[in-house]
Design a protein around this ligand. Structure first.
Ligand code: CP
Length: 338
């Protein structure tokens, strides 16, 4: 295949320089104040979902439509063929179409492809490679935007940093506490991975609380520690919830699965049953420094976070969800401004 021109994909937030992220966030704020002039009239954005979504789908569609563009929304299993992704595969199995053909065909119709890829759930070593979103990016002739892979959720991180900046101003030296929460169906690791990198790049001090056995991806942590060293921040992991929240400015609640039991639902359920008390409530939040509460959603009320905290004055969850809209408009402006 001939070399294709460089296309500005967004697979993780680290695809953008710190200056580019700052510029995007400034533009997000201007757009929120109705000062953004960018328009998408006559442009179409393809949205492909291999997993469910509420916020990402609705905010992305709303962003494109409010900018005057259109979306084509396609859900795997009902709207398009099962896809093969192995290079050189003899396609005598279930999948009648290869991702390289789907990507090249859709690139003839749309100005960008936003994709929430499937996770196999069979092996973390395999899923963490984000092979599916990378295959789309390799073959598409338009920008590919990651709407949450196994490893990264750059759109959530953009909105999260926007919300943190709106709330705390300059983030340097401020403390973010990420607290693992209980859930019978834990969320993916992507939100926390992207949040760690983005907040440390902004100069925050980050503390992660989780039970033993719920350590985050070691390579992501190693990258995050390097960023913390470079930016003069700090990263502590494996803390107890109270230890992590004491003096923190923001408490970010999130469930995630144990990577040790990634492919074994029985062991994972048994491990979860042995963890108790990981709910963010008023007593925990009070340990912070006038701490605010963030959660990317969907949130399990009174299991992950109590009603009192979610519905109380220190919750930022709806502001955070709204900022998905503004920051995605800014991202579209950056990727499609030509
Ligand atoms: N936070 C987030 O991505 O929400 P959805 O899974 O509902 O899109």
């Amino acid at each position: 295949m001939a070399d294709k021109p460089a296309i500005p994909h967004l697979l993780s937030l680290q695809d953008l320089s710190e200056q580019e992220v700052d510029d995007l966030l400034d533009l997000s704020v201007r757009i929120k104040r109705r000062a953004g002039a960018f328009q998408l009239a006559g442009r179409t954005v393809g949205l492909l979902f291999f997993r469910p979504s509420l916020r990402t789908r609705a905010s992305f569609e709303a962003a494109v439509h409010q900018l005057g563009g259109q979306t084509i929304h396609l859900t795997a299993s009902s709207d398009f063929w099962e896809l093969e992704s192995a290079e050189g595969a003899v396609m005598d199995g279930r999948a009648p179409e290869h991702v390289k053909d789907a990507a090249r065909v859709l690139s003839r119709y749309v100005s960008a492809l936003a994709i929430r890829p499937a996770l196999t759930g069979q092996s973390w070593a395999a899923d963490r490679r984000d092979a599916s979103i990378r295959a789309w990016a390799a073959f598409a002739l338009v920008p590919v935007i990651n709407m949450e892979s196994a490893l990264w959720h750059p759109l959530q991180a953009l909105a999260d940093i926007m919300t943190l900046r709106e709330t705390l101003g300059d983030l340097r030296g401020k403390t973010l506490s990420v607290v693992w929460t209980h859930s019978p169906q834990p969320a993916s690791h992507s939100v926390v991975h992207s949040l760690l990198l983005a907040s440390l790049r902004a100069g925050m001090r980050v503390r992660v609380a989780h039970p033993s056995g719920y350590e985050l991806d070691e390579q992501v942590l190693s990258e995050a520690r390097a960023v913390a060293d470079k930016k003069g921040g700090a990263l502590e992991t494996g803390l107890a919830a109270k230890e992590a929240v004491r003096g923190a400015h923001v408490v970010y609640a999130r469930s995630w699965s144990s990577l040790e039991d990634y492919a074994n639902p029985t062991l994972a359920a048994s491990r979860r049953a042995r963890t108790q008390g990981w709910t963010v409530d008023e007593n925990l939040l009070k340990l912070g420094s006038d701490a605010r509460l963030m959660h990317a959603g969907p949130v399990r009320r009174n299991l992950e976070v109590t009603d009192e905290v979610l519905d109380g004055p220190r919750s930022l969850v709806y502001e955070q969800a709204e900022n998905r809209l503004h920051s995605q408009k800014a991202l579209l402006a950056r990727l499609l401004r030509a």
